[in-house]
Design a binder for this molecule. Structure first.
Ligand code: ADP
Ligand code: MG
Length: 337
């Protein structure tokens, strides 16, 4: 378990003072994939970097498996760091070394013998499915392949914790998915505790058990991923999930803003040709937020489904719903708050 207590970090320079972390308290359980999400500058990197003391906290403690790592001397810190692997947005591979040599690097530093290194690196190449790229140089690899090498390198010395700092932010959506699947696989296989920071809720949704939202150096919301999606409390949480409406299990996820109603519309035949949304907004005193559905489909004749959030007083909403039904559109109320 990782326990972060009253953690603060202030960067001081001659001309300014930046309070990057303000009294952070967090408990990350053994074997979970814990997400930290926030906008750029929120303090994510500073927070994750204090966990292996790449950044020295100004105040507070970080207790890993009962040991306060802020109190360790150099030797103990070096040993503890072996238990913590890290991967980065820009992979940080050594360009003059091959894939094999990159993965071998931490093992060489930690003084393992050649035979063991050979055996271990070959094992890791299999885990990240890069055996055929063993002798390639980083410049010959795609972004996804580079991150696989970085993951293998991070796992080389059998860490218990893996820190991921925007590990998929430089990758396209398809490669992101593949890397996230790999993270899930290795988490299970090696029973890792994974701390993952990102600015993308899609990433959190895909792999995390719990998530903390960080804003201006403070944790403003913390919960299971399901709970955050179902009942986001802060506006920041709402904004992060506003464009994602399905969980990985395929359930519909929708915002539960008090006073709003979420409805599902089913278009059939001719009704899909009509400009339903603009008519609704024009003819009724309601606001509409399109949650999901294919906008192209709205303008075509094909059958379509649309999830929308309707805001307004009940009377106006009722009138609007009646009108929708008159247009031969299926209407299902998903949520009413
Ligand atoms: P994030 O990773 O969420 O984008 P960071 O943790 O990198 O945010 O930065 C948080 C705040 O701390 C920002 O205002 C940033 O400018 C500042 N900061 C980060 N590192 C340093 C540093 N080494 N010196 C001074 N300020 C820093
Ligand atoms: Mg960062």
């Amino acid at each position: 378990m990782i326990e972060i207590k009253n953690l603060s970090k202030t960067f001081n320079s001659k001309s300014s003072e930046v309070k990057a972390l303000k009294n952070i308290n967090l408990q990350i359980n053994k074997g979970e994939i814990f997400g930290i999400i926030g906008l750029s500058g929120a303090g994510k990197s500073t927070l994750i970097r204090t966990i292996n003391r790449l950044e020295e906290p100004t105040e507070g403690s970080i207790i890993i498996e009962g040991k306060d790592i802020t109190k360790l001397d150099k030797t103990d810190l070096r040993n503890t760091r072996k238990e913590i692997g890290m991967i980065f947005q820009h992979f940080n591979l050594l360009s003059s070394r091959t894939v094999f040599q990159n993965i071998a690097f931490p093992l060489e530093i930690n003084g393992y013998d050649k035979n063991y290194i050979e055996k271990r690196v070959n094992e890791l190449l299999k885990v990240v499915e890069l055996t055929d790229k063993k002798n390639a140089y980083p410049s010959q690899l795609s972004g996804g392949q580079k991150q696989r090498v970085a993951i293998a390198r991070a796992l080389a010395d059998n860490p218990k914790i893996l820190l991921c700092d925007e590990a998929t932010s430089a990758l396209d959506p398809k490669t992101t998915k593949a890397i996230l699947n790999l993270l899930k696989k290795i988490q299970k296989e090696f029973n890792l505790t994974v701390v993952l920071i990102t600015h993308q809720m899609e990433v959190i949704k895909e792999v995390c058990n719990r998530v903390a939202i960080i804003e201006a150096g403070k944790i403003i919301e913390l919960n299971t991923v399901e709970e955050i999606f179902a009942r986001p409390k802060t506006n920041t949480a709402k904004a992060f999930i506003s464009h994602i409406h399905r969980s990985s299990e395929g359930e519909i996820i929708y915002p539960t803003t008090p006073g709003s109603t979420v409805i599902k519309l089913g278009y059939l035949g001719d009704s899909s040709k009509k400009p339903i949304i603009s008519s609704l907004i024009r003819n009724f005193d309601i606001d509409i937020n399109i949650l999901s559905g294919d906008i192209d489909e709205l303008q075509s004749t094909s059958v379509g489904n649309l999830l929308i959030q309707v805001m307004g007083n009940n009377e106006e909403k009722e009138k609007a719903f009646e009108w929708i039904k008159e247009q031969n559109i299926d209407l299902e109320v998903i949520w009413n708050g």
